[in-house]
Design a protein around this ligand. Structure first.
Ligand code: URA
Ligand code: SF4
Length: 226
């Protein structure tokens, strides 16, 4: 059954059938390369799976790959990634092993009428929900102590639809840890911290203030880890 036909027939968007039941990050990365859980695989170049240290205590979650990430197959290798690395450094996290991923693993875009420039388009709630099994699997395998949600899409994917960046950013929020890991105690709880998306900083009228806010939020994550 091709994903295309399944979606044309009105089947739900869902990555679950493509997610391996066992195996580590590499097995998942290979399987995700063939995911047709929603229609976004059709126009994008490739799946951009998470990357980084599989033992990291800190996981950063973005929205979806951008133009550069789609071409190179790695998360946060474009302008947003550059800004993010600077912000991590300014927050004292440059020595901290990290695993970086996105709520949605395929680039969604429209093509400008003239020319070939591909313009980022926000993923729909259905697409975010469809891709969530990959994010859940990554969280289960890496098992971080702190998860940083970069922007509203990541926040909603991890905390649900009532999440708002403006209201919820900058605070450590206890996060339910899935059944896939066996920490049961209160103190072993995982925390999530939401902040601005680095692309929102790049687009901001007051870039310096927005960048300062991102760094201040990341310092809260740094304090939780140290
Ligand atoms: N923006 C994201 O959310 N993720 C990336 O990987 C790149 C840009
Ligand atoms: Fe699968 Fe996610 Fe890509 Fe949709 S965006 S095809 S669910 S990997």
């Amino acid at each position: 059954m091709s994903g295309t036909d399944a979606h044309a027939a009105g089947e739900a968007y869902d990555a679950t059938p493509y997610v391996p039941r066992r195996g580590g990050l590499e097995a998942h990365r290979r399987a995700a390369a063939g995911c047709k859980g929603c229609p976004l695989f059709k126009e994008a170049t490739q799946t951009v799976f998470g990357a980084g240290d599989p033992m990291a205590r800190l996981v950063l979650v973005g929205e979806q790959p951008g133009d550069q990430e789609d071409r190179q197959g790695e998360p946060f290798v474009g302008p947003a990634g550059r800004l993010l690395r600077n912000a991590l450094k300014d927050a004292g996290l440059d020595q901290e092993p990290v695993y970086v991923t996105n709520a949605v693993k395929h680039f969604k875009f429209t093509v400008a009428e003239r020319g070939k420039r591909r313009i980022h388009k926000a993923p729909s709630l259905r697409e975010v929900a469809a891709c969530k099994p990959w994010l859940d699997a990554e969280m289960g395998m890496v098992d971080p102590d702190v998860v940083v949600a970069l922007g509203a899409t990541a926040g909603r994917a991890l905390l649900g639809g009532s999440f708002r960046v403006a209201k919820d950013r900058g605070a450590l929020i206890p996060m339910p840890v899935g059944e896939s890991c066996d920490r049961g105690t209160e103190e072993a709880k995982r925390h999530i911290l939401a902040t601005l998306h680095p692309s929102a900083v790049l687009r901001s009228d007051d870039r310096e203030a927005a960048y300062g806010g991102l760094v201040a939020d990341l310092r809260v994550a740094a304090d939780a880890l140290h």
